[in-house]
Write a protein that binds this ligand. Sequence first.
Ligand SMILES: *[C@@H]1O[C@H](CO)[C@@H](O)[C@H](O)[C@H]1NC(C)=O
Ligand SMILES: *[C@@H]1O[C@H](CO)[C@@H](O)[C@H](O)[C@H]1NC(C)=O
Ligand SMILES: *[C@@H]1O[C@H](CO)[C@@H](O)[C@H](O)[C@H]1NC(C)=O
Ligand SMILES: *[C@@H]1O[C@H](CO)[C@@H](O)[C@H](O)[C@H]1NC(C)=O
Ligand SMILES: [Fe+2]
Length: 457
Amino acid sequence: MVNLTLLFLTLALCVASTVQRQLKLEEDINVHQNLEQQQDPSIVHYQPEQVHLAFGDSLQDIVVTWSTRSSTNQSLVNFAQDYVHDPLKSVSGSWQFFQDGGKQARTQYIHKVTLPSLKPDTHYEYSCGSDMGWSAIYSFKTPPAGENWSPSLAIYGDMGNENAQSLARLQQDSQLGMYDAIIHVGDFAYDMDSNDARVGDEFMRQIETLAAYVPYMVCPGNHEEKYNFSNYRARFNMPGDGDSLWYSFNMGPVHFVSFSTEVYYFINYGMKLLTKQFEWLERDLAEANLPENRAKRPWIITYGHRPMYCSDDKEYDCDGKLETYIRKGLPTLQWFGLEDLFYKHGVDIEFFAHEHFYTRLWPIYDFKVYNGSAEAPYTNPKAPIQIITGSAGCKENREPFSNVLPFWNAFHSNDYGYTRLKAHNATHLHFEQVSDDKDGQIVDSFWVIKEKHGSYN
Ligand SMILES: *[C@@H]1O[C@H](CO)[C@@H](O)[C@H](O)[C@H]1NC(C)=O
Ligand SMILES: *[C@@H]1O[C@H](CO)[C@@H](O)[C@H](O)[C@H]1NC(C)=O
Ligand SMILES: *[C@@H]1O[C@H](CO)[C@@H](O)[C@H](O)[C@H]1NC(C)=O
Ligand SMILES: *[C@@H]1O[C@H](CO)[C@@H](O)[C@H](O)[C@H]1NC(C)=O
Ligand SMILES: [Fe+2]
């Protein structure tokens, strides 16, 4: 009897202390959250963070974006060619209040300043912020003017906050001045909205050593979907008026076109986005394909997150058994398919990501390979060349390939890494696939050579 009472007492104590510990834990979390949310003037954060660059409406307009936890009522960038010795120019911009859609409704202020009409091919140093707090001094180089130069870019998708294996190498490359721009083909942070958008904040801080120095151009992926892509739309400022979901820009001999594949999959956010984007793409490509524009900028390169063709078994709709939405348009209706549109307007190269690997395809249209010739498939190809580069590194790890690889597969690797593109001139593009697993070794490289650009029809 005594033993039983003792046992009961011990059990009760155990339960009580567990409950107490749980309460204490919750209290700690609450205190922490309150501290962050209180916005008491003595502990507010006016200090800029998450600084990153993008091209504005031209390559000589550089857009600086950053966040502050508290309102500064001011968004300024001070800049000069030599920050310490030259008189500083000061440009002011705008800010927006951003509230994450999560339970805690965390808030921040996202600032945007455009440095307009900078000198081409010029090194600038800048600091952003307000009279209440300034960032470190960063620098960038504006691209040369006109079409006769050879842009270099790093291109990849699917880079997370955890396991961002390629990031250090990309940072080193960019600090050596290797790139004129970075293109991140969707899927950031995993996910920007996670943990009440703290993961997004952390990711933007992680890429700062890259993105505060080189324009960081983006498109949305499926991981940005939460709350109608609000984290993506608020944190990035891309050119044009497509809310950063679609836009294009000219860079040397290339016309780059960015679009959202997600408007095909999350139609719960509005069919309107899908139709608006499609109409915009039609107009943009038709214009880029005008003979006078093609003469100036012969290359058209697109990027969007989810691919038309892929080489793994588990995927949703691009394994050849079904018609990919991106490729053929909405199911059964077959409206707004992109393969025909891109073929008609003579798109040269299409970048995709989403599969966590790298694949180079033979020139392909409607499940048929159109090599330039048997000896030189990429010299004057008769269909667009598609590249899938989704292996920068994220917590969802690598994607396995199918045991039997499809016939369009020219090269594949599931090493973590990223793609380099150098657009030499009107006729020559060069591509390299960097393996981070193999310490920066180039595991694939190829030339695309085209004497004539235009519709394949
Ligand atoms: C910013 O402006 C608002 C409204 O004018 C004001 O309430 C707030 O105190 C200002 N904040 C700072 C930091 O100056
Ligand atoms: C989602 O955001 C877009 C702007 O990017 C807007 O046009 C659309 O109406 C929004 N959809 C919903 C359901 O709120
Ligand atoms: C395209 O070229 C590659 C490389 O020469 C070759 O393996 C492949 O069979 C060719 N495909 C067609 C349809 O000619
Ligand atoms: C274009 O670039 C390639 C590769 O660098 C070079 O071989 C070729 O001569 C260039 N063409 C012109 C017209 O400069
Ligand atoms: Fe994805």
